[in-house]
Design a protein around this ligand. Structure first.
Ligand code: NAD
Ligand code: TYD
Length: 351
C-alpha cells in the first residue's frame, strides 16, 4: 500500500480517486482536515477497504511512525500543505509550521522507518514530495520557462515555505540516502478545488452574480494544468522516477488571468445564459504578486514519457460543467457543513 498525506484536499482527492480507479493497491490517507480538507469528497469510498482514512497532523511524528510500522507502505506521496498564497500573506505562521516543520517531521519518520527495511523493500521505497513551480520565483516576459535547474527565488511566504521543504527533501536524499522524488508543478484546476483559488472562485461568484475580482491589471501569467494530468504525472514519477531527481510538471498552457476569467464567463454563458463578463472588477494587486510562471516539462516527457492529456479548452469545459453539476458540494463548502462530515459519516472508520 501507499501512504498519501493531504488526501482530502483538492489534488489529494483527485489523486486518491484516480489511484483507486486504476489499481487495487490500498491507500492510507493521512490528513489533518484543515478548512481545505473535505472528506465528503471521498464519500464514494466509504466502506471501501482499499481506503483507510487517518485523521492527523504531519507534525505528529510519533503518530506517523506508528502508522508506518503498522501498515508498512512501500511509498509516501506527500501532498499535505497550506497551499493558498493570499492566506500566506495574511498569516504565514501555519505555512511555516505545516510546510516546513511538518515536512521535516514526516521526513524524520520516513527515514527512521526506511532505515529499518531490508534489501529490495528498502531499495524500492519512495518518498515523493509534491511541490510547486512558485519556488522558482517570477519570470520576465519572453524569458525561458523554468527547468529543473532554475535557481530558487521564492517571493511569497507560501513559495518560500515550499522551497524550504524541497531543500529538506533534497538534503535527506543526499545526506541519508532516503530515496526521494520531487515534483514541481504549475497551477492546477479541476473538480474539488476550494473556491478561494482563481478558477473556482470566479465560477462561484459568477453564479451568485457577485463581482469577479481581478488583481492588478490581470496580465499575470500562470501555466494551467488539469488536475487529473497532474495526478497521472505523479503516478508516473512514482513508478519510474530516479531517486534524488526533480521533475517539473506543466501543461504547456500559459495564459494571463484575465483570459482565464473571460473563458469561464463565456462557458457559463453557454451553459446558463447571462452576461457574466460585466461582473469583472479590477481590484488592488496582491502584494509581491509574481508576474509570470512557466514550466518547461521536457524532462518528464523525455525521461518518463509523460505529457498532459487535456488541453485548456477541454479541461476548463469539464471543470465548469463539474461545478454546475455539483452545486450541493459548493453549498456545503461555502456554509462550512462539510466540516461536520467526519463526525457524522466516519465514526468507526477514521482513526
Ligand atoms: P489543498 O489546500 O487543497 O489541500 C491540502 C490538504 O492538506 C488538505 O486536505 C489539508 O487538510 C491537508 N493538511 C494541511 N495541513 C496539514 C497537516 N499539518 N497535516 C496533515 N494534513 C494537512 O492543497 P492542494 O491544492 O490539493 O495542493 C496539494 C499539494 O500540491 C500541496 O503541497 C501544494 O503545495 C502542491 N501544489 C498545488 C498546486 C495547485 O495548483 N493547487 C500546484 C502545484 C503544487
Ligand atoms: P491562485 O489561484 O490564488 O493561485 P497562485 O497565486 O498560486 O498562482 O491565483 C492565480 C492567479 O489569479 C494569481 O495571479 C492571482 C490571481 N487572482 C486574482 O486575480 N483574483 C482572485 O480573486 C484570486 C483568488 C487570484
Amino acid at each position: 500500500m501507499i501512504l498519501v498525506t493531504g488526501g482530502a484536499g483538492f489534488i489529494g482527492t483527485n489523486f486518491v480517486l484516480d489511484w483507486l480507479a486504476q489499481s487495487d493497491e490500498a491507500v492510507i490517507n493521512f490528513d489533518k482536515l484543515t478548512y481545505a480538507g473535505n472528506l465528503q469528497n471521498l464519500a464514494s469510498l466509504a466502506g471501501d477497504p482499499r481506503h483507510v482514512f487517518v485523521h492527523g497532523d504531519i507534525n505528529d511524528q510519533q503518530k506517523i511512525a506508528t502508522l508506518l510500522m503498522r501498515f508498512q507502505p512501500r511509498a509516501i506521496v506527500h501532498l499535505a500543505a497550506e497551499s493558498h498564497v493570499d492566506r500566506s500573506i495574511h498569516g504565514p505562521e501555519e505555512f511555516i509550521q505545516t510546510n516546513i516543520v511538518g515536512t521535516f517531521r514526516l521526513l524524520e519518520a520516513a527515514y527512521r522507518y526506511w532505515k529499518e527495511q531490508k534489501g529490495k523493500t528498502q531499495q524500492d521505497f519512495r518518498f515523493l514530495h509534491v511541490s510547486t513551480d512558485e519556488v522558482y520565483g517570477s519570470l520576465a516576459k519572453g524569458a525561458p520557462a523554468f527547468t529543473e535547474t532554475h535557481a530558487y527565488q521564492p517571493n511569497s511566504p507560501y513559495s518560500a515555505s515550499k522551497a524550504s521543504s524541497d531543500q529538506l527533501v533534497r538534503a535527506y536524499h543526499h545526506t541519508y540516502g532516503l530515496p526521494t522524488l520531487i515534483t514541481n508543478c504549475s497551477n492546477n484546476y479541476g473538480a474539488f478545488q476550494f473556491p478561494e483559488k482563481l478558477i473556482p472562485l470566479m465560477i462561484v461568484n459568477a453564479l451568485a452574480g457577485k463581482p469577479l475580482p481581478i488583481y492588478g491589471d490581470g496580465q499575470q501569467i500562470r501555466d494551467w494544468l488539469y488536475v487529473q494530468d497532474h495526478c497521472s504525472a505523479i503516478r508516473r514519477v512514482l513508478a519510474a522516477g530516479v531517486p534524488g531527481e526533480t521533475y517539473n510538471i506543466g501543461g504547456w498552457n500559459e495564459k494571463p488571468n484575465i483570459e482565464i476569467v473571460h473563458a469561464i464567463c463565456s462557458l457559463l454563458n453557454e451553459f446558463r445564459p447571462a452576461d457574466y463578463h460585466r461582473l469583472i472588477t479590477y481590484v488592488a494587486d496582491r502584494p509581491g504578486h509574481d508576474r509570470r510562471y512557466a514550466i518547461d516539462a521536457r524532462k518528464i516527457e523525455r525521461e518518463l514519457g509523460w505529457k498532459p492529456g487535456e488541453t485548456f479548452e477541454t479541461g476548463i469545459r469539464k471543470t465548469v460543467q463539474w461545478y454546475l453539476d455539483n452545486q450541493n458540494w459548493l453549498a456545503n463548502v461555502q456554509s462550512g457543513e462539510y466540516r461536520k462530515w467526519i463526525e457524522t459519516h466516519y465514526q468507526g472508520h477514521a482513526e
